[in-house]
Design a binder for this molecule. Structure first.
Ligand SMILES: [Zn+2]
Length: 220
């Protein structure tokens, strides 16, 4: 999960309280969430939903509240449903969602399982980690098993980009300018706008040489 800064005012159509997913809402959410599902971090998913972070259960104010609308893919929305209604809020500036849940990338493209580990023992952190763990590993239906495997492969592709940069940086023949370029490219992978940045950010945070160099750029 990555930090989201809700930098835009409520789209005009919400004031009419008729439809919470008109084009202006969808466009604003796409910009604010960097076109990524806030749960699985897939960029430009095929099936995108405007989701209520706090389920509205018919409450009109909650239904049309700009602060309560999030961008998620259909798959994550389906796994979350109303069951996970006490999650860490990626839009809350006081919550560091990225550092609250460790995301461990797969070491092979066909890895059977991805580890997602809560870093704190409070209910919201545990539930959020549980939901993300389910998203990447769900075997509840044949369809979800296949799509989870596909998702893990996509994370691996991103991890592979990081591995290439890591090799370039740590190459014993690397010139200072080449190291700088590798570092600049790593900064791109750990930006909140990059796909699966939580996984790559954790690789950086756990590396004793890279962490001091890149820590301040993680997830921003
Ligand atoms: Zn998703």
């Amino acid at each position: 999960m990555f930090k989201v800064i809700r930098s835009e005012a409520a789209p005009a159509s919400l004031a009419r309280k008729q439809n919470y997913s008109e084009k202006d809402v969808f466009d604003a959410l796409s910009r604010v969430f960097y076109n990524k599902c806030y749960i699985c971090e897939t960029k430009e998913p095929v099936d995108i939903n405007v989701e209520h972070f706090d389920p509205h259960f018919g409450d009109v104010d909650k239904k049309f509240s700009w602060e309560n609308l999030y961008l998620s893919c259909g798959r994550c929305n389906n796994i979350k449903l109303a069951k996970y209604n006490e999650l860490l809020d990626c839009c809350d500036p006081n919550v560091d969602v990225l550092r609250s849940i460790k995301h461990v990338p797969p070491i092979t493209p066909y890895a059977k399982y991805l580890r997602i580990e809560p870093q704190f023992d409070d209910k919201k952190t545990r539930l959020t980690a549980e939901l993300i763990e389910k998203v990447f590993n769900s075997e509840h239906t044949p369809n979800k098993t296949v799509s989870a495997s596909f998702l893990r492969r996509k994370v691996f592709q991103q991890f592979n980009l990081f591995l290439d940069l890591q090799s370039a940086y740590f190459d014993e023949l690397a010139l200072p300018a080449e190291k700088d370029i590798a570092l600049e490219r790593m900064k791109l992978l750990i930006k909140a706008s990059s796909q699966y940045c939580a996984f790559i950010s954790w690789c950086v945070l756990e590396d004793e040489e890279l962490a001091p160099l890149l820590d301040e750029f993680v997830g921003i």
